[in-house]
Each structure stands twice: as structure tokens, then as C-alpha cells.
Write a protein that binds this ligand. Structure first.
Ligand SMILES: Cc1cc2nc3c(=O)[nH]c(=O)nc-3n(C[C@H](O)[C@H](O)[C@H](O)COP(=O)(O)OP(=O)(O)OC[C@H]3O[C@@H](n4cnc5c(N)ncnc54)[C@H](O)[C@@H]3O)c2cc1C
Length: 310
């Protein structure tokens, strides 16, 4: 069995940042990713809020992070997902389809995935008008007409945010009322450029190069209608990629996000987590990077300073 100081599962912004700091601290570091290293930010057409890069494509930022991590000496195995974990003992085991690895510390940074509406056109126009992140992509639709799908807190916050940018914001919700904080609902009703359509679901997203329209269905009457929009913001929740760690005894909150303390430590000694998979509220590259750095430096302390565990 191969031995490592640290195994990082997930080579996105959090995992790659953890990798850079772990290697530079002198830890023998392996990073596994089920896809190519770089993570979810590669899906962003343009990133304009990561300090140091006034404007960069998500793909380029992801590639730069992975190249930086490799340059400092991390071993990254692309296309090798972790499939099983044993995390309770002093030595941790990470299994993949190829082999088993052993390490003193595991850092879990597998991110999350946005829940999809699963309609025709959604995948085709992802990044071309279909977005799952209002803060990230909203500014590209200044003065345009946008649609928000969803009725919870996230959908309402996104609606309010977009109402300050877009000329017109439509919101569709499959129920008769929002399931959100009262103050958000009140704020939305005060916005003159927001129209809410109750009992309405999305059936199809249409376009050519970019989104141009959606087909909607009234789930009470069954009547369909067409609405011209420039963007569709799907805001029906996210799901953390935490099934593996949960099965290995790591505590999560009720939505499945890994519970961590300020050191990014989970309930299991020697098991850390960072980025979108954790229960920390802000899900951005900058926050994932910061959490990855903390996890790696705390992993260093855990391994190299025995008094740390007392
Ligand atoms: C379209 C879009 C646009 C965005 N735009 C912005 C933006 O402009 N600015 C910003 O700050 N944020 C943006 N975000 C959010 C940002 O991408 C995330 O906050 C950030 O990527 C989180 O990093 P992470 O490392 O926690 O997770 P991720 O980047 O999701 O990385 C997780 C990695 O874990 C891997 N993985 C999962 N399961 C396993 C497994 N079992 N074994 C091995 N590997 C596994 C995945 O393949 C993935 O590479 C955007 C997100 C999207 C979807």
C-alpha cells in the first residue's frame, strides 16, 4: 500500500490550495480527482471576482491552479475517484478502483453540485445563459430579462440581487407561496421590476448560441406558455458531494454538508474538510482557497506537532 502524509480528495480550488500549502510545508501529498484537476470553477465562462485576476475564464483559472500545484511538487491523479474511505484509525485508507492508499491525514474537498431542473436545453445552454450562481453570472445580464427558478431563500436572495442588475426579473415557483424568510418575501414584493409566477414550472430552455426563451407550464391548469428571457438562474438548491465521508463516519449537517470547526477539522481526528462540501456558508473560489489553506496548515500541525492532539 502506498504511504502518504496527506491525501486530498478533490482537486478543485480548495483541494489545490491545500495541496500547495501541504507540499510547501514538506508533507508528501497526493491529490485525487474523479475528473481533471481544476474543479467546478472551470464551468464559469468568466470570473471577475477572484483577486489578482480582473477577468479570467473559469477554465484558465482552474488550469493555472492545477499547474501551480503540480509545480510545487504535489502528485495529482486525475480521473481517479476515491471510492471508499476508512478514516477512524490513526492511519487513514483511501481506496480507488486502481489501488489503496494510506495517509496520516485526509483532507476532503469534493465540492457540491447544483441541483438541476432536468429539462430539455438545460445542459446544452449551461454557461450560455443557464446559470446556477447569481453572484457569479448576474453581472453579465445587466439591463436584460432574466428568469429565476425556485422559491426558497437562495432563489429569493438571487432574485433581489438580480433585480438590481437586470431590467426585468421573472421568478417561477412550483408552489403558491415562497418558502423563504419573511423579510426576503417582503423585499421582493417591493421590487417593481420583479414578477412572480406561482404554480409554474419550467418545461424547456430554448436558444441558439445563447438562451432566448423558456417554455413554462402552469401546474394547476396544465397550460403552457412561452417567455422570452436572456438567462435562466436555476436556484433550487445544492447538494454536497459527501456521501463517501458520511459513510466513513464523518458528521454532516441535515443537508449533508460536512461539519467543520475553525481549523477545518471534522469530528474525526486527522480528517479535515474544505470548500463547498463543508457547512460554511459562502461558496466561492476565494473562500474555498482560504479553507484549503487552513486545512493544509492544520494538517501539518496535526502530523508534525504531537502535542496538537492533546
Ligand atoms: C457556473 C459557475 C460559475 C461560478 N462562478 C464563480 C465565480 O465567478 N467566482 C467564484 O468565486 N465562484 C464561482 N463559482 C463557485 C466556485 O466554482 C466554487 O465555490 C468553487 O469551485 C468551490 O471549490 P471546491 O474546491 O470546494 O469544489 P470544486 O471546485 O467543486 O472541486 C471539487 C472537486 O472534487 C472532485 N470530486 C468529487 N468527488 C470526488 C471523489 N469521490 N473522488 C475524487 N474527486 C472527487 C470533483 O471532480 C471536483 O474537481 C461558480 C460556480 C459555477 C458552477
Amino acid at each position: 500500500m502506498e504511504n502518504w502524509d496527506v491525501i486530498i480528495v478533490g482537486a478543485g480550488s480548495a483541494g489545490l490550495s491545500a495541496g500547495i500549502y501541504a507540499v510547501r510545508s514538506g508533507l508528501k501529498t497526493l491529490i485525487l480527482d474523479e475528473k481533471l484537476a481544476g474543479g467546478t470553477i472551470a464551468d464559469a465562462s468568466i470570473v471577475v471576482n477572484y483577486p489578482g485576476f480582473a477577468e479570467i475564464s473559469g477554465g484558465e483559472l482552474a488550469d493555472k491552479m492545477a499547474a501551480h500545484c503540480r509545480k510545487v511538487g504535489a502528485t495529482i491523479h486525475d480521473l481517479e475517484p476515491a471510492t471508499e474511505l476508512e478514516l477512524k484509525g490513526e492511519k487513514k485508507t483511501v481506496k480507488t478502483a486502481k489501488t489503496s492508499y494510506e495517509a496520516n491525514v485526509v483532507i476532503f474537498s469534493t465540492g457540491s453540485h447544483y441541483r438541476e431542473v432536468n429539462v430539455k436545453g438545460e445542459k446544452e445552454f449551461r454557461g450560455r445563459g443557464v446559470s446556477y450562481c447569481g453572484v457569479c453570472d448576474g453581472p453579465f445580464f445587466k439591463g436584460k430579462t432574466v428568469l429565476v427558478v425556485g422559491g426558497g431563500n437562495t432563489a429569493c436572495i438571487t432574485t433581489l440581487y438580480l433585480s438590481g442588475l437586470a431590467a426585468k426579473v421573472f421568478v417561477i415557483h412550483r408552489r403558491q407561496a415562497f418558502r423563504a424568510e419573511e423579510s426576503l418575501v417582503t423585499d421582493i414584493s417591493a421590487k417593481s421590476n420583479v414578477t412572480v409566477m406561482w404554480n409554474t414550472e419550467i418545461k424547456e430552455i430554448k436558444g441558439d448560441k445563447q438562451v432566448t426563451a423558456v417554455t413554462l407550464i402552469d401546474n394547476v391548469t396544465g397550460k403552457t406558455s412561452e417567455l422570452a428571457v436572456d438567462a435562466v438562474f436555476v436556484q433550487i438548491g445544492e447538494a454536497p458531494n459527501s456521501q463517501l465521508v458520511k459513510a466513513a463516519g464523518v458528521e454532516t449537517d441535515e443537508q449533508g454538508y460536512i461539519k467543520v470547526d475553525v481549523k477545518q477539522q471534522t469530528n474525526l481526528p486527522g480528517v479535515f474538510a474544505a470548500g463547498d462540501v463543508t457547512d460554511q456558508p459562502i461558496k466561492q473560489v476565494g473562500t474555498a482557497v482560504g479553507q484549503g489553506i487552513t486545512a493544509a496548515l492544520e494538517a501539518y500541525s496535526y502530523i508534525k506537532r504531537p502535542y496538537y492532539r492533546k
